[in-house]
Design a protein around this ligand. Structure first.
Ligand SMILES: Nc1ncnc2c1ncn2[C@@H]1O[C@H](COP(=O)(O)OP(=O)(O)O)[C@@H](O)[C@H]1O
Ligand SMILES: [Mg+2]
Length: 235
């Protein structure tokens, strides 16, 4: 469902070109959950932003659900992102003056879906991430882990084919990190959504069935290295 071909990217800043990604190739099956592991500065966020269509690569191609997102213009991309892609950020990025439920409903407002349907979908997802009782509170009234649950619910409300998560547990303590990863794994197995989780922590990556490791902008060969000591999938 996702294919990255001969992808390279460099940034131009202050007259200097810095090569950040070099000749990246991989495929992701529908419904897979994989980790993109690498130390800080290895190019993880750049790769994620390219796959999410937030910027164009210097070279190479990216296909999602059979379509080349590299060839799309801005309005095609915007529409494609709205319908196919969900994003989870390290810092949650919730809107402070909207309630939890309104935050989750927000992506649906751009799809002109009826208010009663929006509400029902948002409440159902808040139930699935385990915080149905928080729906009428504001983000500031929630813990970090709870806010990330809201952000997970928001990313799923449009039923995207793929979710990109950039260090989703980077601001959380170990116990909360485990809770969030457990939720992501459960959602991955109940919905058929593909999840790509960016992390610099082996502890997070080992929960997925497959790990792609980035080092200095190059992909290392670590296919299938995940889930070694994770104790298997929960039901
Ligand atoms: N907009 C940009 N302009 C110039 N250099 C950038 C830009 N974004 C990222 N970089 C550089 O690209 C490299 C990889 O960054 P990034 O993808 O954010 O890595 P990671 O997410 O793995 O920490 C770093 O050296 C970073 O400084
Ligand atoms: Mg990053």
């Amino acid at each position: 469902m996702l294919r990255v071909e001969h992808l390279s990217h460099s940034f131009l800043s202050g007259g200097e070109t810095t090569q950040v990604l070099q000749n990246i190739d991989f495929r992701v099956q529908k419904g897979e959950m994989l980790a993109l592991l690498g130390s800080s500065g290895s190019g993880k966020s750049t790769l994620l932003n390219l796959m999410a269509g937030l910027m164009k690569p210097t070279e190479g191609n990216i296909y999602i659900a059979g379509e080349s997102i590299v060839k799309m213009n801005e309005s095609q991309l915007a529409e494609f992102r709205r319908t196919h892609i969900g994003f989870i950020f390290q810092a949650y990025e919730l809107i402070a003056n909207l309630t939890v439920r309104e935050n989750v409903e927000l992506p649906l407002i751009f799809q002109s879906i009826r208010p009663s349907v929006r509400k029902q979908k948002a409440l159902s997802l808040l139930e699935q991430v385990g915080i149905p009782e928080k729906s009428e509170l504001f983000p500031s009234q929630l813990s970090g882990g709870q806010q990330q649950r809201v952000s997970i619910a928001r990313s799923l409300v449009t039923e995207p084919s793929v979710i990109f998560a950039d260090e989703p547990t980077g601001n959380l303590d170990t116990k909360t990190e485990d809770e969030i990863i457990t939720i992501l794994k459960r959602l991955n197995s109940t919905l058929s959504t593909t999840f790509i989780i960016v992390t610099h922590e082996h502890e997070v990556a080992r929960h997925t069935k497959r790990i792609l490791t980035l080092r200095d902008g190059c992909l290392q060969d670590t296919e299938g290295a995940g889930e070694v000591a994770a104790g298997g999938e929960e039901a």
